[in-house]
Design a protein. Structure first.
Length: 119
C-alpha cells in the first residue's frame, strides 16, 4: 500500500486507494484500507484532512495550503511561511501541533494537472 501511495503522490481518499489496490488485490476490504491509512496517520507517515465530506490523505508533512479547485476537482499544494501564524498563536499561549489549511476556490486558466490517484 505504501508503494502505491508514494508512487501516486499528491492527495487521495479511501475510495481512490481501494480502487487502485483492488487492481492487484481484488479481495481487500475497505476496513483493511481504512485501518491501514489511519495507522499511517498515527505513525506520522501520512497526514489527513477533511474536505467536501471526504477524508483526504497526503504524504507531504511540511506546512502548506491545500487549495481545492472547485471547477477542476484538483487539490493543489501551495507553500507558505507559517512564522506569522506561529508568532501570533504563541503570543496567545498556543503551540501548534499540526496546521492544516484548506482553501476552496476556482482555478481560472489552470489546466488539470496529473499526479494524484484517479478520482
Amino acid at each position: 500500500m505504501l508503494r502505491l501511495l508514494r508512487g501516486g503522490g499528491g492527495h487521495f481518499n479511501i475510495d481512490q486507494v481501494l480502487n487502485e489496490l483492488r487492481k492487484t488485490e481484488p479481495n481487500i476490504s475497505i476496513s483493511t484500507v481504512y485501518n491501514a491509512l489511519n495507522t499511517f496517520v498515527k505513525l506520522g507517515i501520512l497526514r489527513s484532512f477533511e474536505a467536501d465530506g471526504k477524508t483526504w490523505y497526503e504524504m507531504r508533512k511540511e506546512p502548506h495550503i491545500n487549495v481545492i479547485c472547485e471547477n477542476t476537482g484538483q487539490i493543489i499544494d501551495v507553500n507558505v511561511d507559517i512564522s506569522t501564524i506561529e508568532k501570533r498563536l504563541s503570543s496567545m499561549g498556543i503551540i501548534i501541533e499540526d496546521l492544516i489549511i484548506v482553501v476552496h476556490g476556482n482555478c481560472v486558466n489552470r489546466p488539470s494537472l496529473g499526479g494524484d490517484l484517479p478520482k
